[in-house]
Write a protein that binds this ligand. Structure first.
Ligand code: NAD
Length: 262
């Protein structure tokens, strides 16, 4: 897909991976519809894009709320008139705790944000994607729940991320006839503020297995985490025609972290 003048929805583009993705896509001529519930950061992302000559708008919505998402996506359509690319990125760590400690409502919050939020983002964008001759949906999952299962306590998070992979494959097949591609990316440790946002950790020392990685746990970089911009480059590839025959696929982006942590 040639990206100039295409329109992308990027959820959770107020910070982190979503912001880096929105900025990079905008640098390639994509108009960006940010959907995020945090105002100041989202408006800052819009400003950064506009300062570099790009075009962006922000719609406030909680991705887990159907009415808010339907309205936000309709607003992006009203503003830009089309949707070609969807990046379902908004997500939280939520509560990490032993299973006896984890509250049912904490489970719901994580699953509603990460999984239902992905469903709602895609559901309300698909009718608009179908209006174009091609489209690309990129879902942001994680190594946790897809290759890594040693982050004991992050059960709700890992389950939400695993389910995003199944969702991707179901929808990739359903939408292939419309030339809408659907892929899922699975980052490892990426330097963002995610551990400070909507993250609660309790009593993890009781359940964590004692594992040591003497030379750092990210082999490719000697232990340094990745950057949001690294992930944004992968999203750009999956959004563009460089990946035109790729759909229904998960791609890990983790410097081989998950190969040793498992
Ligand atoms: P971040 O906390 O920096 O950014 C998340 C963004 O999503 C924020 O702008 C936040 O306001 C928004 N958001 C959260 N809940 C929302 C809701 N209910 N409605 C609307 N917006 C909401 O986090 P990040 O590290 O950039 O994470 C982005 C995605 O990448 C998440 O899905 C996360 O699970 C995934 N991921 C991150 C890492 C990592 O190490 N940072 C690793 C693997 C996967």
């Amino acid at each position: 897909m040639k990206l100039q003048n295409k329109v992308a929805i990027v959820t959770g583009a107020g910070t982190g991976i979503g912001r880096a993705t929105a900025i990079l896509l905008a640098q390639h001529g994509v108009k960006i519809g940010i959907i995020d519930r945090v105002s100041a950061q989202s408006q800052e992302t819009v400003q950064i894009i506009e300062q570099h000559g790009g075009q962006a708008m922000w719609q406030s919505a909680d991705v887990s709320q159907a009415d808010q998402m339907e309205r936000a996506i309709a607003q992006v359509m009203q503003q830009w008139g089309r949707i070609d690319i969807v990046v379902a990125n908004a997500g939280i760590n939520g509560a990490w705790a032993p299973i006896e400690d984890l509250l049912p409502e904490e489970w719901d919050t994580t699953l509603h944000t990460n999984l239902k939020g992905t469903f709602l983002t895609v559901k309300y964008a698909v009718p608009h994607l179908k209006q174009q001759s091609e489209g690309s949906i990129i879902i942001v999952s994680s190594v946790n729940g897809t290759r890594g299962f040693s982050l004991s306590g992050a059960t709700a998070y890992a389950c939400s991320k695993a389910a995003q992979v199944a969702f991707t494959k179901m929808i990739a097949l359903e939408l292939a006839k419309y030339r809408i591609r659907v892929n899922v990316i699975c980052p490892g440790a990426i330097e963002t503020g995610i551990n400070d946002h909507d993250s609660q950790r309790r009593h993890l020392e009781e359940i964590r297995e004692p594992v040591e990685f003497p030379r750092g746990n990210i082999p490719l970089t000697g232990g340094h985490p990745g950057k949001s911009e690294d992930v944004a480059q992968l999203v750009l590839f999956l959004a563009s025609s460089a990946s035109s025959y790729i759909t229904g696929t998960e791609i890990w982006i983790d410097g081989a972290e998950s190969l040793i942590k498992g």
